[in-house]
Write a protein that binds this ligand. Sequence first.
Ligand code: ADP
Length: 513
Amino acid sequence: MMNFRHSITFRFTIWYLGILTILLVSLGTGVYLTLSLTLYGNLDAALQARVTQLSEFREILSIIAGGTFEDEAGEYISFYFYNENKLRRISPRGKDFPVRHEIVDKVLAGESLFADIEIPNGGVFRVFISPFIPDNPEVRPERFVPEKQGQDEFDRTDHRPPHPPPRRDDIRPPPPPQNKRVLEIHKAALVVARPTGDISRVLQQLLQIMSGALPLTLLLSGGGGVFLARRALKPVEQIADCARQIGETDLGRRIPVQTRDELGYLAETLNQMIARLERAFERQKEFTGDASHELRGPLSVIQAEATLALGKERSPNEYRKTLETIAGEAEHMAHLTGQLLELARADSGKETYAFERLDLNELARAVGSDMEVLCREKGLELQLQLGGPVLVRGDKKSLRRLIVNLLSNAFRYTDSGGMIRIKVKAGFREVSVIVSDTGMGIPEEHLPFIFQRFYRVDKARSRDLGGSGLGLAICKHIAQIHKGVITVESQVGKGSVFHFRMPVNGGRLSEAA
Ligand code: ADP
């Protein structure tokens, strides 16, 4: 059984969870940042709007100075009054609200700016500070008591209005108190502050929800992922089990194809592979059977002849005849084993070929002239229709073997008085070697099979004539390694034409062409 850590299910789930985590964290971060930016942006906009509203409110100074101004809930509004660059007074609420001097200095220089200020026990406030040029440069506080001489002289007493505070829509400056020192204001800083507590609470809650939801989502998705992957891959296990059970002896069995999806396709592909293996296995068995059968024939003859000869004293003539028979059978066996070896090497794919430029006409002429004497002896006419050089790239030994096999067959299956012709034709794309004879021909029903190993139309006759049934199978293989084809046309009693074609410049030929 496979280790879970090495399974596709495990890797699939890990990848899936990894991607999901990245997506969820990015999404959460996006939501958090957007919300935070929006909420703080809204707060800043509200602060700015408030400052604009207050700046346009002409009597504001007097109201604030009089301590009768009502802040909105949770809001702090204060003024820092300056006279000859000295801080003279901070309006009542400002005392609760420490704005650092360097910030105020910047504002007095004409800058408006935001700041976050933390008040002990009061939380964090978002503050907008803006320069304020009073319309009426005189502020008359109820009392003006400089606390200390020097740079910061201001009144720290709380100024409550002498009368009830005005309603918001009817804010009127309180009557200027009499006999009080008048402070002339040259510059002021307007500070509007609002608490950020609500916003940070909302964001905090969001963070809590998200950090609780993330592990839960991952846990559920991980479980779902494992379940789905297991379900999807279950058929793979079944296919593997089934394939493992199919051994050498039951190659006839097939994996059941249950679906038409990728796994069905996999099962079908494996089935095709098993079918190919089965065919190859069958062929192998047939071939071995045929080969031993072929070898047993001459061996039995040799054995019988030798036993017979050794049975009693024979004349030298009889011994010679026996030895001649034995030699003939041994030669046939040698020829057969040579051909078997050749095919076995071709099957193993380890045969090496020496491809070179060669002249097919010259090759055909050489083989033809080797056969001439034999033909003459049998009373056959051999015609060589060969012209100038026909150059091809090929393995000389193999092409020679192909021509020899075709001519030997023509020789073998043509009776005395007949004619054999070999012709080489050079075309634009391909060259052909045509071997024809006026021999016995091949019945049509046998034509599709004669290139198979050990297939013979007339076994006894072929055997008597020294055939093995392997010659044409070897020719077919040689044609294939030269990317060519070999075909046959034949008529019983009239003769046969064997046609080998191979491409001149690479490419591959098909039998239909
Ligand atoms: P063999 O060694 O028996 O000739 P081949 O593979 O060369 O084996 O040929 C297969 C069979 O094809 C032969 O047994 C024969 O019946 C038939 N055959 C091949 N060439 C010819 C031919 N030129 N004329 C008639 N029959 C042929």
